[in-house]
Write a protein of this length. Structure first.
Lengths: 385, 201
């Protein structure tokens, strides 16, 4: 997948940008605070509608303006699609070509992007919720119906907690919520389990390439679900593109486990006024040399781990969907030592796909060929030689 | 007291669902510009609807006569009850022409987040109605047609658990209605198909 044209109006400090990005490396240089991250964010919003930064719509619109416009022409094979998002007040209007999009589900997939930003360090260091969000977004990109299960689970969880906190707990209604939680939560957890199972090998390989020699693993931690008795998925069984197909035995194993866990914890949940177990408490455990990366990995190692997760996400996406998403790397080289940095660019050169890279130091970017270079200054973007 | 009457009217109109300050102002000036008889008729209609419309003592539908036209009719299939969230949903189901049984209007769905528990919607009325089947209607099937939202689904399952012990078949209208959709705004064909393909829960 490739962004062949990008038009930006009044998005953050970018008053007016019109560029035709190259099919491979787009290197965006500039001093601090000039608008490099804003440009990458613009591409991200075009793909995901949401931003990876603030949650407030208003902040996306340039201070003196009342409407931001993003427009991108995306190519995928022979397919060409024009995505447009207008941010106005608290709302976003989404268009495909000239048609206004009513259901976002119809829009997602127009521009597939994977982003790495310095904030992503929280993926290793931060709370489990950050890692769950990573999992959920990655799975959603592969299978859009996953969102229905995840959102449904969340809604029921909120209702159940509200009842547990309230004065009167209706036992029959609690039964109903438990059953609904077990059904949707089982689907969520089994999709995450299957994803991580397939993702971990790619992650380990990517990390190995960057950090030659050290081993890293990811596992899905779900304390309420005993998976020791599950049959291993044979290496060869799931065909590419079908890995996330629903596996009924796996789903019902998770559903049964969650049903039982909720029943077991009912008294405690009632006392505490909240749901103490389930997919909403699960975690993605990241280990470096068999030790918790959250506790033991150094700053640079954490950065490399996060990078490896993003790269693995891109590769997994490609094997499942048959094309590569656009990779957005914001300020990726800082904190990597020379060797790590070289490994990263060796990797990028060796794999296809469109990449956007921002930097304050052009000489950190070890790319010579297939490069389109941009300079950003005070919100103005211009192509340079 | 003696508030500016225009401001007062705008204020009252703006309390209506879907009406903001701007629209309320436009409506207020429209009423002001219309003949005095229109204002009188409108006011009278508003008062009448409050004075003359009551809840049907059997199905909780809004009605002028109690029992309502459905409960009072001799031509309906009295062995089936279709449970809906709101009177507008009842109208939507009726408009499909697929259903000739009786109704029950819950006036809401279960939502602890909004402080709505089983006692806050017309569930007890439904149970009571089904418990004295010897004196009342010989109901053998309850079709739950709450919206296909999360809370609508919860409410449907709740009804099914309550009615299970009474030996009544409880079925759920099939979806086909978009998730998060609203029964009131669903086209007749879709809603009709959903009714025809209802399933047991
Ligand atoms: N809504 C907005 N309107 C105008 N300017 C904005 C808006 N939101 C953010 N900015 C400004 O955009 C500027 C550039 O931000 P950006 O994060 O893109 O910088 P950068 O080039 O990535 O810098 P760094 O190298 O430090 O990461 C900031 O100075 C910020 O104040
Ligand atoms: Mg930046
Ligand atoms: Zn009635």
């Amino acid at each position: 997948m490739e962004l062949v044209h990008l038009r930006v109006r009044d998005f953050r400090n970018l008053a007016s940008v019109d560029i035709a990005p190259g099919p491979r490396f787009n290197v965006i240089s500039g001093h601090n605070g000039q608008g490099k991250t804003n440009l990458v964010e613009a591409v991200y919003v075009l793909g995901s509608v949401k931003t990876f930064r603030t949650q407030k719509n208003r902040e996306l619109i340039r201070w003196d303006a009342d409407r931001a416009v993003l427009e991108g022409l995306a190519h995928r094979g022979d397919d060409e699609r024009l995505a447009r998002i207008e941010v106005c007040g608290d709302r976003k209007e989404v268009y495909l070509g000239d048609l206004s999009v009513q259901r976002l589900a119809d829009f997602f997939g127009t521009l597939n992007v994977v982003v790495f930003t310095p904030d992503d360090l929280s993926l290793v260091k931060g709370s489990p919720s950050e890692r769950r969000r990573f999992l959920d977004r990655a799975i959603f990109n592969l299978r859009a119906t996953y969102a229905g299960d995840a959102v449904g689970y969340d809604k029921i969880l909120k209702q159940r907690n509200a009842m547990l906190k309230g004065e009167r707990v209706d036992a029959v209604l609690l039964d109903v919520y438990d059953e609904q939680l077990a059904l949707s939560g089982g689907r969520v957890a089994s999709a995450r389990h299957r994803f991580v199972e397939q993702f971990s090998a790619r992650f380990a390989a990517a990390f190995g390439e960057i950090f030659g020699g050290l081993s890293a693993t990811v596992t899905y931690e779900s304390p309420w679900w005993d998976r020791s008795a599950l049959p291993e998925t044979p290496e060869s069984a799931p065909r590419a593109g079908r890995i996330l197909d629903r596996d009924d035995a796996l789903v019902s194993s998770a559903q049964d486990a969650l049903r039982a866990a909720l029943a077991r914890r009912r008294q405690e949940d009632m006392r505490r006024g909240q749901t103490s177990t389930g997919p909403h408490r699960d975690d993605l455990r990241v280990e470096l040399e068999s030790r918790s990366a959250r506790t033991f990995a150094s700053q640079g190692q954490q950065r490399a781990l996060v990078l490896a997760m993003k790269i693995a996400e891109v590769e997994f996406f490609e094997s499942e969907r048959g094309f590569r998403p656009i990779l957005l790397l914001d300020d990726v080289s800082s904190e990597l030592d020379r060797a790590r940095n070289r490994f990263l660019f060796d990797y990028l050169r060796a794999h296809d796909g469109q990449v956007f890279i921002t930097t304050t130091h052009r000489d950190h970017i070890l790319l010579e060929e297939d490069v389109v270079a941009y300079e950003v200054e005070a919100g103005n973007v211009r192509q340079v030689e | 007291m003696a508030r500016d009457p225009i401001a007062e009217l705008v204020n009252q109109l703006a309390k209506l669902p879907g009406i903001g300050e701007k629209t309320a102002t436009r409506l207020a000036f429209h009423i002001l510009g219309a003949p005095a008889s229109y204002a009188r008729d409108l006011a009278a209609a508003i008062i009448q609807v409050k004075e003359r419309i009551v809840l049907c003592s059997r199905c909780c539908n809004l009605t002028e006569a109690d029992p309502c036209i459905y409960c009072g009719s001799t031509r309906r299939d009295r062995s089936k009850i279709c449970v809906v969230e709101r009177p507008t949903d009842l109208r939507a189901v009726e408009a499909t022409g697929e259903f000739r049984g009786l109704y029950h209007v819950l006036h809401g769905v279960l939502s602890p987040l909004e402080g709505i528990g089983p006692d806050d919607i017309k569930l007890r009325e439904l149970i009571t109605r089904l418990q004295d089947r010897d004196d009342g209607d010989p109901v053998d099937e309850v079709i739950v047609a709450t919206n296909p939202s999360t809370d609508g689904e919860t409410t449907a399952l709740y009804v099914s658990r309550l009615l299970g012990p009474l030996g009544i078949t409880v079925s759920r209208i099939a979806s086909g209605i978009p998730m998060g959709g609203d029964l009131e705004y669903t086209d007749k064909a879709t809603l009709g198909r959903a009714l025809a393909h209802r399933r047991t829960i």
